[in-house]
Design a protein around this ligand. Structure first.
Ligand SMILES: [Zn+2]
Length: 245
């Protein structure tokens, strides 16, 4: 007899396998990230189809076999239908799913990540933000914070002095922003440093405070938007390289 495990999950990925199977990557409330095989799920008669679609929140049930987990039930809770009506929202959903899949290990349950993921999908589905992209950065930076990589944004990560508006730099190895004075001392030896605008630092602070009343009203100019993107990609590459070792 197999034990049947039940939990809620958001389906992040699906890949076709064989004739009619699909392999799902699901972030679950009780077990963290899981890979679960949907057997014969591509057949029209499969009862699993109604609850196992990408970016669905579903109540799922699975069994643990010798080599893999098999999906035995999937009941839809929320299909986040606006994500599918809007290419921008859909693109952000894919980015969220990729970053989560990349930075989080399998079978490590984390209630905070689960809550953040759920909140992010609900907001992405419901909010009429002028810049949807902010929701991606909201997820990205708060995920890093939960994983223990929240950057220092108030004091220089090297000399500890309070930061003030001058030329400032993001130095992932030291875990945050550094002042111009410290930058001048180490720039010849350290390559993995990037200049960061004060406006970008301010946005990161608000994102990490999870302050939605302010976030909803933020108007971000294209220059800061570009800078936010560059810093996020820069930090992601750095973390990706250290986590892969
Ligand atoms: Zn300093």
């Amino acid at each position: 007899m197999f034990i049947h495990y039940r939990t809620q999950g958001i389906i992040l990925k699906k890949v076709d396998r064989g004739e009619a199977d699909q392999l799902f990557t699901i972030y679950t409330k009780d077990f963290g990230k899981l890979e679960i095989l949907g057997k014969a799920i591509r057949k029209i008669k499969s009862k699993l189809r109604g609850g196992a679609e990408i970016f669905y929140l579903s109540e799922i049930e699975f069994i643990q076999g010798k080599t893999h987990k098999t999906l035995t039930d999937a009941i839809l809770i929320n299909n986040f239908k606006n994500l599918r009506k809007d290419l921008k929202r859909l693109a952000i959903s894919y980015k969220i799913s990729e970053v989560l899949d990349d930075l989080v290990r399998e079978q490590e349950p984390d209630e905070k990540i689960w809550q953040l993921l759920l909140e992010t999908f609900i907001k992405l589905n419901n909010l009429q933000l002028t810049t949807y992209n902010l929701i991606y950065y909201y997820f990205f930076w708060n995920l890093l914070s939960i994983l223990g990589y929240q950057p220092e944004l108030y004091n220089c990560s090297l000399c500890q002095k309070i930061l003030f508006p001058e030329k400032l730099y993001f130095f992932p190895k030291e875990g945050g922003i550094i002042c111009n004075n410290c930058y001048q001392k180490i720039k010849s030896e350290e390559k993995e440093i990037k200049e960061i605008e004060i406006n970008t630092i301010k946005i990161l602070r608000i994102l990490l405070k999870r302050d939605w009343p302010i976030l909803k009203k933020l108007k971000i100019d294209p220059k800061t938007q570009k800078s936010l993107k560059e810093i996020s990609n820069f930090y992601f590459s750095y973390l990706h390289s250290i986590l892969m070792i």
